[in-house]
Write a protein that binds this ligand. Structure first.
Ligand code: UD1
Length: 355
């Protein structure tokens, strides 16, 4: 029988791509989303790609009664939890909104999962939980220190990781905690991608909006860092590679379940929960100017930019050591930065035609 997975935030940027990959791999998927940073058209586009419309509920995780109703309608084998607000700048202005939406909403989700005996989860965390400083310029490992987050968005990810450890320790949950670096790219059909409301904060959506002519130029935040060309270096991972990491993570949860059952026979009372963190990144950094240069090749023209002062809170270099995921999950990235930008460009051109 098909396994049924609940995907929270399943109409968002990463969630929608996860829906596609999980359905393609034979899972039954149920989506919940409050449509706060996406729209129902994404569900239609998902249906165009997979030739079927997954079950969708429009709901905010703050609505615990609604959540319970959904859980009582389905037998979930597990949850992939993407739902959450994610704009760093907005989180500094509206701290309560982020705490409520991301943390309280997640507490409701976890309580409901426990009530219905759903104890398998993949959580969408972020490299932002790492306690990094300008001295660190090697790939970040899962064992690097976390905490001391620089913004409320990061705090919500950090707190949720701790909440999950409680469920693992005391309720035997099986948790895979995935820390993403900088997701970019889009579905190869050009039907799904990242289209933030308003002026984008992140680099590639901004570059794309300049390329379509919607914005006039990109500001490069600092060219005096100690990096290859003075601009900030990040680890840009393709969204499809990223969601493939979730599939591998899910396989690990399932294998651990089988193993867990076997162990349970021997040691009835032993807690067989687990909590494993994996970085999902390419493992190498690309500078802002390198990104602009690749985008120039993809769009076939020079994207105008000006050098601005450093953005407060930014670090020179942030990239992953993803060797744990390579080894244990048997996962590695396949899609080049150029291909990611080509797919994004396809997506942005389609959006432009719709306007
Ligand atoms: C940001 C978030 C991080 C989040 C991540 C993933 C901050 C401080 N951190 O990280 O929490 O998990 O996105 O999406 O915002 N840049 C420009 N001009 C721009 C935009 C960006 O030069 O208009 C530069 C930045 O200075 C940086 C690089 O591009 O060097 C990437 O920036 P961005 O896409 O915002 O990602 P991060 O800052 O790495």
């Amino acid at each position: 029988m098909k396994k049924t997975i609940l995907i929270t935030g399943g109409l968002g940027y990463i969630g929608s791509h996860a829906v596609i990959e999980f359905v393609k791999s034979g899972y039954e998927v149920v989506i919940i989303d409050n449509l706060s940073n996406t729209n129902i058209g994404v569900l239609d586009n998902i249906a165009k790609i997979i030739n079927y419309k997954p079950k969708f509920y429009e709901i905010n995780l703050i609505n615990k009664t609604g959540l319970k109703n959904i859980f009582s309608n389905h037998n979930f084998d597990g949850v992939i939890h993407f739902a959450g607000l994610k704009a760093v700048g907005e989180s500094c202005k509206n701290i309560g909104l982020y705490h409520n939406n991301n943390i309280v909403g997640t507490i409701n989700l976890f309580e409901t999962m426990e009530k219905y005996g759903v104890r398998n989860i993949i959580f969408s965390s972020s490299a932002t939980v790492y306690k990094v400083n300008s001295e660190i310029n090697t790939g970040l490992k899962e064992t690097n220190l976390t905490g001391d987050t620089s913004n409320p968005y990061g705090t919500t990810k950090f707190v949720i990781e701790q909440l999950l450890k409680d469920y693992k320790n005391h309720k035997s949950w099986k948790v895979i905690n995935l820390r993403y670096f900088n997701p970019i790219g889009a579905h190869t059909s050009g039907l799904l991608g990242e289209n933030p409301n308003g002026i984008p904060n992140n680099l590639l959506p901004y570059i794309m909006k300049v390329a379509t002519g919607e914005l006039s130029e990109i500001g490069v935040f600092g060219n005096d860092y100690d990096t290859v060309d003075g601009t900030g270096v990040r680890d840009y991972i393709d969204v499809i590679d990223l969601v493939r990491g979730h599939l591998k993570a899910w396989e690990l949860v399932e294998n651990q379940n089988t193993k867990g059952k076997m162990e349970k026979k021997k040691v009835e009372s032993k807690n067989n929960g687990f909590f494993e963190t994996f970085n999902l990144g390419v493992g190498k950094g690309v500078s802002v100017l390198e990104m602009i240069n690749i985008a120039n090749k993809v769009v076939g023209k020079d994207i105008p930019y000006t050098i601005k002062s450093r953005r407060s809170g930014d670090l020179a270099i942030v990239y992953s050591d993803s060797s744990k995921a390579n080894k244990i999950l048997g996962w590695k990235t396949k899609i080049s930065t150029m291909e990611s930008i080509e797919n994004s460009w396809k997506f942005y051109k389609k959006l432009k035609i719709k306007d």
